[in-house]
Design a protein around this ligand. Structure first.
Ligand SMILES: [Fe+2]
Ligand SMILES: [Fe+2]
Ligand SMILES: [Fe+2]
Length: 412
């Protein structure tokens, strides 16, 4: 049976993934969605338009993979490089039919109202300006501390009113002032309520089922965001996905399982978005504290994916890639009886692909050195010996599957 996925839960999962990039500024996208939506309600926008606005707001920073860039965007409103992530987000959404609808609003979310291009549709112009507003309000909330948003109301409203006419349309500022007059608007911005607010929305416009190949576009989107985090991990997820499929074919998985194991490979490191850049890129050994932060990533992957109905199994295949047959892997300490063939495949593909890439603390291995390292993992009881044997048996084919996207990227 081919899987079908509900687009609404895919968008919410994508939003959870993007929110990780904020680290301590967690839930930025969701607060922007609330601020924009409450202002949109005051403007009298119909439900359908609000749904579209919420989706655009949740995803507005999808061009940001770096924790350092995220920090800067929320602390320096006039940062010269702020447009780059808008263009990246716009480009990432293009190939996906449903989500490309919000691409323009995302492209212009840092463009002042007066400078919006004349050819932009009214809907996109208004949505981009509403996100601009939400983004500014949240940046001020973060700078003042998120513990008590209501306490900071007056200063923030005053700063937003000062942007009337140039950065923000005057209708929009008026609507915001009206929304902000209610204490509930501010009290609802604390983490506990943010999660509820989003959960309570029906987002009926996004409640459509997409088939698994279409979901593959979302998975591809997620993998591009994760792989863009560091030059060291460029195309890592893509290589793991391709090698997982390649090994799955040799193990004799069904066509459906092959598509799913590929998606598991694409998304296995999505939780890495919460690991600060300086830890991912550290040249030396990680300290125990840094390692404990790094070890969160596959748990975060699990939490994000398992909430997509239909994806429960794929979530396990993706999130167990640091588990080991001997039960000493992380974070669940699963042992061989509790690790499916697909999870073992992703684990082998992950190690293989990583060996083929430079890491900040070591250079890449040559293809003929890979078997030696893989055997080491087998002898320590980490990787599955049969799957490793299959990978080594067709070493060149495995190498190509793991690294071809790298070559593609380099030439494109
Ligand atoms: Fe932004
Ligand atoms: Fe933002
Ligand atoms: Fe990982």
């Amino acid at each position: 049976m081919t899987l079908r996925i509900d687009l609404k839960s895919a968008i919410l999962a994508l939003s959870d993934a993007l929110d990780l990039v904020g680290v301590s500024d967690f839930q930025h996208g969701k607060r922007v969605a609330m601020i924009a939506r409450e202002t949109g309600l005051m403007l009298g926008l119909p439900e359908k338009r609000l749904d579209r606005l919420v989706c655009a707001s949740l995803l507005h920073d999808l061009g940001v993979s770096s924790t350092a860039v995220h920090r800067r965007l929320l602390r320096e409103a006039d940062w010269d490089d702020r447009q780059a992530h808008c263009e990246t987000g716009y480009r990432l959404l293009q190939p996906f039919a449903h989500l490309s609808l919000v691409a323009n609003a995302i492209r212009y979310h840092h463009t002042p109202w007066r400078q919006l291009p004349a050819e932009l549709s009214e809907v996109d112009g208004l949505d981009s300006n509403l996100i601009f507003l939400g983004d500014r309000v949240d940046a001020m909330l973060i700078q003042r501390g998120l513990e008590n948003p209501l306490f900071n109301r007056d200063g923030i409203v005053e700063a937003i009113v000062a942007l009337t006419g140039c950065e923000l349309s005057s209708d929009l500022v008026q609507a915001f002032v009206a929304a902000a007059a209610r204490e509930a608007f501010w009290i609802a911005l604390v983490p506990r309520h943010v999660q509820r607010y989003l959960g309570d929305l029906s987002l009926s416009d996004w409640r459509i089922t997409i088939d698994f190949p279409q979901f593959g576009h979302v998975a591809r989107l997620i993998s591009s965001i994760v792989d863009a985090k560091s030059a060291f991990t460029a195309a890592h997820s893509l290589g793991v996905a391709q090698l997982s499929r390649h090994l799955g074919e040799r193990v004799g998985l069904t066509a459906d399982a092959l598509a799913e194991v590929e998606v598991a490979g694409l998304m296995h490191d999505v939780g890495k978005l919460c690991v600060p850049d300086e830890i991912v890129e550290k040249a030396g050994r990680l300290t125990p504290l840094e390692f404990s932060v790094m070890e969160r990533h596959s748990f975060e992957t699990y939490q994000i994916l398992r909430h997509i109905p239909g994806l429960e199994q794929v979530a396990e295949w993706a999130a167990f890639h640091h588990e080991a047959l001997n039960g000493h892997g992380y974070p669940f300490r699963r042992s061989r009886e509790h690790l499916s063939p697909e999870a073992r495949i992703v684990a082998v593909a992950d190690v293989f692909q990583a060996l083929a890439q430079d890491r900040p603390y070591r250079g890449r291995q040559r293809v003929e050195e890979i078997p030696h390292f893989l055997h080491d993992f087998v002898s320590h009881g980490v990787l599955d010996p049969d799957i490793v044997a299959i990978a080594i048996d067709d070493l060149d084919g495995s190498w190509r599957a793991a690294t071809l996207p790298l070559a593609d990227n380099a030439s494109g």
